[in-house]
Ligand binder design. Structure first.
Ligand code: KG4
Ligand code: ZN
Length: 344
């Protein structure tokens, strides 16, 4: 067990080849190479292209991270790597690279969960108490409300999406609005000049009858259909208004249910994490609503919300500090692993 371990974290679960380096809870380097532009013309991430791009980018990203952190590989106390969930071919590039480094250097290796890592990034550059917390985890593939009793050991799912993830809804609605991939940032910027009250889109699973079985669950596919119907009905629609009104519907429900979960659990600290946490309207409205609800809001800087290596290093560092055993040799990636497996 070490108090300020020097940890390198590798992230390759989707289209970002990323390496972060932390010392304890201090961020030293965060280098990202994205293949997003190679996928844009296909309207989504193409797994084979992502894997190849990871292979090509890895050496340069590693070199730059070491330069930024002003360290050499031998200084490291441990290597951490995203082992799941994610695209299997992409994950394997990361886990193989990490295994090679760990074996070559004789350093311990930690396979970590991508979702837990999104939350762990909250520990960086501050010494606040991490747990207990309620976490709203919103990414391209996941939308959940979690009760984080102990991030490396005990995380309970209070609710999750029953259909599309929030990020997925952004991506799909952007496509029908003819906005470029990835949809989240496109809708975010299109919405800047729109009126969020222009169209009253449905708030999924918020009716009294829905709350019986789905109190903290989300549903975004009805909203997506409502947007598509609106576009058919109003052919000369104002795109900025549609983007802003859609975004408002997503953000409204996310915050409504997260605040309700925090109130019910009696846990006053809430972490909002994952790619959708970079959304400017979510960040703005969260400040207002959490202050009114007298809850403590923690939301990482935008650059640490979308996929990065710093979050992987942060979770690896927590694991080392807490005396958790490294992953056994032959670490294998698990494309569908859930949050109940924070460390592999
Ligand atoms: O966490 P993340 O980078 O990758 C996954 O683990 O999935 O999340 C990616 C998702 C995508 O669906 C993307 O459209 C969304 O996050 N996203 C945003 C914004 N930036 C990224 N959604 C809304 N507003 C944004 N500014
Ligand atoms: Zn992610």
């Amino acid at each position: 067990m070490r108090s300020e371990p020097l940890v390198l974290g590798i992230e390759t679960s989707c289209d970002e080849t990323a390496i972060g380096i932390v010392r304890g809870r201090t961020l030293l380097a965060n280098v990202i190479s994205s293949s997003v532009e190679e996928h844009a013309r296909f309207g989504g991430v193409v797994p084979e292209i992502a894997s190849r791009a990871h292979l090509e980018a890895m050496p340069g990203v590693l070199k730059q991270a070491l330069i930024d952190a002003k360290i050499s590989l031998n200084d490291l106390d441990a290597i951490a790597v995203t082992a799941g969930p994610g695209l299997i071919g992409a994950l394997v590039v990361g886990t193989s690279s990490a295994q090679g480094l760990a074996i070559g250097l004789g350093k311990p290796l930690y396979g970590v969960n991508h979702l837990s890592a999104h939350i762990a990034v909250d520990s960086l550059n501050s010494d606040h108490k991490l747990e207990p917390a309620i976490a709203l985890l919103v990414s391209g593939g996941h939308s959940s409300i979690l009760q984080v009793n102990n991030l490396t050991q005990d995380v309970k799912t209070l609710g999750s999406t029953i259909d599309d993830a929030a990020g997925e809804a952004f991506d799909k609605v952007a496509r029908i609005l003819d906005l470029p991939f990835p949809g989240g940032p496109s809708i975010d910027s299109a919405a800047q000049s729109g009126n969020e009250k222009a169209i009253e889109f449905p708030r999924g699973l918020t009716l009294a009858k829905d709350l019986i079985d789905h109190k903290f669950d989300f549903s975004f596919s009805g909203l997506k259909t409502a947007v598509a119907r609106y576009l058919q009905k109003v052919p000369n629609y104002a795109r900025a208004d549609v983007a802003a009104s859609f975004q408002e519907a997503v953000v409204d429900v996310l915050l409504l249910k997260t605040i309700a979960a925090a109130k019910e659990s009696g846990i006053e600290s809430v972490i909002i994490a994952g790619g959708v946490a970079a959304n400017s309207r979510l960040r703005e409205l969260a400040q207002v609503r959490f202050e009114a609800a007298k809850l403590q809001l923690r939301i990482p800087p935008r650059s640490l919300c979308t996929d990065n290596g710093a979050m992987v290093a942060a979770l690896g560092s927590l694991a080392v500090t807490r005396g958790i055993a490294p992953s056994a040799g032959g670490l294998s990636a698990d494309s569908a692993s859930g949050i109940t497996r924070p460390i592999f």
